[in-house]
Design a protein around this ligand. Structure first.
Ligand SMILES: [Zn+2]
Length: 167
């Protein structure tokens, strides 16, 4: 032993007073775009929002009867953070193009999954509105809700753009 302590890198603790909660998919292709979009266009830096990154984002909240366990997990996480942080004023829901979770749900549920919808994109946008409505109603929330659809901006699928979906 030479008595010298190895230098350890230290990391900052952020404030812990988030302004928003964001539910988006865990798809690695979209993570950088989500973070940059939130910072650049919604003025939310890391630490200023609670990120809930789960496969399919709000997909599990749209089929409680088909996927009750997934529904419970996502709903519990959302409720927990809303209860714990009164500073959260905005809930942001993001769905995205080419979501593997949506593909999996379509395979699992068969024809009924796209009943009343022309395609997955239409269903994904409708789901954002449906879940947003349910969140507001269930908790009688006085929170602002913002809904976005992230989609590829070019045919090579190397760029992503965000479209706001009205409530
Ligand atoms: Zn996805």
């Amino acid at each position: 032993m030479n008595g010298e302590k190895e230098m350890q890198k230290l990391y900052d603790v952020l404030s812990g007073h988030p302004k928003a909660i964001v539910i988006h998919c865990a798809d690695p292709r979209f993570q950088k775009a989500f973070q940059e979009f939130l910072k650049n266009e919604l003025n939310l830096s890391t630490g200023e929002y609670v990120p809930i990154a789960i496969s399919g984002a709000i997909a599990s909240l749209t089929e409680p009867s088909s996927f009750p366990k997934e529904f419970k997990v996502v709903n519990d996480i959302l409720t927990l953070f809303l209860d714990r942080h009164e500073t959260i004023k905005t809930i942001i829901l993001i769905n995205h193009e080419d979501c593997k979770k949506y593909e999996a749900m379509k395979s699992a549920l068969g024809r009924s999954f796209l009943k009343n919808f022309s395609d997955i994109v239409t269903r994904q946008k409708f789901d954002l509105q449906k879940v947003a409505g349910a969140i507001v109603k269930a908790a009688n929330l006085k929170k602002e809700l913002r809904l976005f659809y992230a989609k590829f901006a070019n045919t090579e699928h190397t760029k992503i753009e965000f479209e706001e979906v009205k409530m």
